[in-house]
Design a protein around this ligand. Structure first.
Ligand code: SF4
Ligand code: SF4
Ligand code: SF4
Length: 272
């Protein structure tokens, strides 16, 4: 049973959040929503322990499709960054703000960029593309993320300042258009840079939250120097170009790690 400790803890954490929000907000949705996500993640961890090679992709599809299709398209909740600003400005602690608080702002203090590895519906599609590991070293284009971040804030602020009617409807349209643009740009960049995760590395505005918070992440990949034979395989399979054998929090691309576990799976000495 000891080996299943982590999925059980993860399920317990999500159930605690689910029950707490259900009771405090008197809304059954929170119980169902967080239970579903907790079960999906725990199932993925269980499959990973069983060495099922598509474990991560299964979680990514279960959570990503649920959020994109059910929450986004059916419930019409804008879970993109514009939705976060919208709910923040209206002072409503609802789906998008709770989602950001849990998955992208405070959660990364515990599970780093687990969101990017296991739940994001943009990466869910990008990870099907052929360049799982970048063919060339990354470029210094990370500054673009700050531009897209500011643009999203300016867009929503302008709607409020101009007192535009029916912003909720605009948010839903923005969610659809935004996703189409994200997928188009993400796929184009993946082929241009021969790197599935180029969009994550250079464009995604959410990394403005994710990167600094994940710097302090409790869960990190660490290298056992006594076992490591410096074969370099871990770095060759890393989609995010993390210098994973360096245990420092300041290691190269430290805050890019998406906890995909490819390095650990491929280490011949179980050093990670
Ligand atoms: S960086 Fe952005 S697009 Fe990439 S996985 Fe994370 S949240 Fe999704
Ligand atoms: S794959 Fe394992 S043994 Fe090889 S360099 Fe990485 S940690 Fe060390
Ligand atoms: S391969 Fe390892 S270091 Fe690279 S992103 Fe995945 S878990 Fe992080």
């Amino acid at each position: 049973m000891k080996q299943y400790r982590l999925p059980i803890i993860m399920l317990a954490v999500f159930e605690t959040v689910a029950v707490t929000l259900w009771l405090t907000k008197d809304n059954l949705f929170y119980l169902l929503n967080f239970s579903y996500i907790g079960i999906s993640i725990s199932l993925g961890m269980f499959l990973f322990i069983k060495k099922y090679k598509h474990a991560r992709r299964i979680v990514q599809l279960l959570v990503g499709l649920y959020m994109l299709i059910y929450l986004g398209l059916i419930c019409q909740e804008n879970m993109q960054i514009e939705g976060f600003w919208y709910y923040l400005f209206t002072g409503v602690f609802e789906a998008a703000t709770i989602h950001y608080a849990v998955a992208k702002i405070f959660g990364p203090l515990i599970f780093g960029r687990g969101w990017c590895g296991y739940a994001c519906w943009t990466a869910m599609v990008l990870d099907f593309l052929p360049y799982k590991v970048p063919e060339k070293p990354g470029k210094k284009l990370g500054f673009i993320r700050y531009i897209t971040f500011v643009l999203s804030l300016v867009f929503v602020s302008a709607l409020f300042l101009a007192k535009v009617q029916n912003i909720e409807r605009i948010m839903f349209v923005a969610f659809i258009v935004g996703n189409i643009v994200y997928y188009a740009v993400g796929i184009a960049l993946a082929f241009a840079f021969k790197d599935n995760r180029a969009f994550c590395k250079y464009i995604c505005p959410i990394t403005v939250f994710l990167k600094p918070m994940s710097y302090f992440s409790l869960i990190r990949i660490k290298c056992d120097k006594d076992k490591c034979i410096s074969c370099g395989k871990c770095k060759r399979v890393c989609p995010m170009e993390v210098d994973v054998t360096d245990n420092s929090r300041k290691r190269k691309n430290a805050t890019e790690c998406i906890l995909c576990m490819e390095c650990a799976k491929n280490c011949p000495k179980d050093a990670l």
